[in-house]
Structures are given as structure tokens and as C-alpha cells.
Design a protein. Sequence first.
Length: 281
Amino acid sequence: MPIAPVSGNEICYETFGPQDATPLVLVNGLGSQMIRWPQGFIDQLVDAGFRVIVHDNRDVGLSTKFTHVDTNPPYTVGDMANDTIGVLDHLGIQAAHVAGMSMGGMICQILAIEHPERVLSLASVMSAMGGEDHVLSENREALAIFAEKSEKERDKVIEQAVRHRRLISGPGFPFDEEAERDLAGRVYDRCYAPDGRRRQMLAIQAARGRSKALSKTAIPTVVIHGTDDPLIPVENGRKMAEVVSDAKLVEIEGMGHDLPEGAWSTITSAIADNAKRAATV
């Protein structure tokens, strides 16, 4: 896998589609490696005319790992946003469309706030603005995932991952256990480093709310959220769509905090339609 050197760290990335196509960066969520983006989902975006760029956020996958495990975050969500900028710099890309899922949406929001000249359009998927505007989940069973001790043995890690994914999936789409089990195995074999998720969570918790700053952005924005998200309730997406000027809101009935195949075309079409708006701004 190619590596981008970014401020003394290494960020692993991969690209899909023609090099001369319009660049689109996909930024993943908490503790998730870039291989969690389904290939079929990426293919739909390539077919829509994008050069898709994915990367492992710091502290997961094949990117640089950190060692701090106490209550003080060793880095910020803004640092992770700068990692994304570093990947674009490495590829010689001046500006790109960005789409982020969950924590990745938070990273993309910061990109739009702090690096607006590098962002052509913003898609925030199943995410939140943080701060006092964050609507907390009341689903105790889903939230308990974060307090659960990570397994170590491969078979147990896979079972835990599948159980967690089932807990946060929505009722409107079939849960593909076989696909989740296969992915969990590939994630483990590629690089299993669960402490990174804890440090990323500390960075999220330390981040300031972005509502006021987002209200001042003029970047074409689409907010995509499942109506049955047990981790980040849909009210968070609705709030962001109200705050950002001329933002489009796409609610997906029955989708949880996951990316079910049945929702791929809705999400990729929303990203592509929002990118087209950028050309007219």
C-alpha cells in the first residue's frame, strides 16, 4: 500500500479510478480501517466520475500508531483533518470533494471550516457537530460497545465485531452477517490495534462544537443520516442541515449507524448530486 509522509507520520492510502477524474476523499469513522469502505460502494462512486481516495486515519490500519493511553488525547480531530490534507498534498491535489462517515464526518467538517480552499463539496454521513448541539444517544445497549473490553484472540475478535455491528445496524435493511464476518477477519489480519480507537475517542471528546463555524461556510453540503441510528441520533443530522446555509438533508429510512448495501445508491447519488452543485457555486 502507498504511504504519504505527513508531518513526521505515515498515512496509508489507496486510490480508485482514473487519475484525471474529479478527486473525492472518503474519510472513515472511529477505529475503522480504510478497507471498511465496501468495494461496491467505491465502484459506484468511480462510475459516477470520481477518483476515489481512501486512507487509514492515524492510529488505525497501516498508518502511524501512537502510544498514549491515558485520559489526555495525544492528538486532535483537527490533526486528523491535517492528515487528510497531507494525503492530498502528497498526491498533488489542490482541492477535492470530501465525504466522511461518523468520526470521518467530523473530520470533514473541520476540513470545510479550516481548509475551505481545499474542499469542493462536503458530505457529512451519520455524523454530528459536537458541543452543546450534539444530541446524545439514549440506546444503552449500543453505547455499551465503547466500554466493552476488546478481545485479543482472532476468533473472539471477529465474534465481538459482528455482534457490535449487529447492535448498531438499522432495522430497515438486512444484516449481512457473512460479509461482516469476512470483513472482521480481514481487518484483524491487516492490523489489529484496538487502542487506537480509544485515543481517537479521546480526540472526539476533546473537540469543540462546530455549529457556529459551520454556519459561516459556503461550501455545498449534503447531510446524510439514517432514521434509526442508535449511536448518533438522526436529530444531529437535522441540526446540521439547519445550521449550514443551503445544505441538503437526505434521511434514509431504517438505516442505522452502518452502510448497508441497500442504501449505497442513495448515498452515492447524494454525494454525486452535491458535487454537481459545487460546479455552479
